[in-house]
Design a protein around this ligand. Structure first.
Ligand code: ZN
Length: 69
């Protein structure tokens, strides 16, 4: 399938691996960053990794905050 056909039938692109996924398979993730809220779309495969990624990130941020105090 070409890209425009995928867009036409409402397929979404995974933020992490750029794989095309149907709306039913999309994992929507809202992330608060310093630049403002981010709304990411992930496929099922990446959503698991992403949870771990976010946990690490939060722990790092918390550690940084604790160090400054
Ligand atoms: Zn993915």
């Amino acid at each position: 399938m070409s890209d425009w056909v995928k867009k036409l039938i409402g397929m979404q692109e995974c933020f992490n691996c750029n794989k095309y996924i149907t709306k039913k398979q999309v994992y929507s993730v809202d992330v608060d960053t310093q630049d403002g809220p981010l709304h990411l779309k992930l496929c099922q495969d990446c959503s698991g990794d992403f949870d771990d990624m976010m946990k690490d990130l939060e722990e790092n941020l918390n550690a940084q905050r604790n160090n400054t105090f």
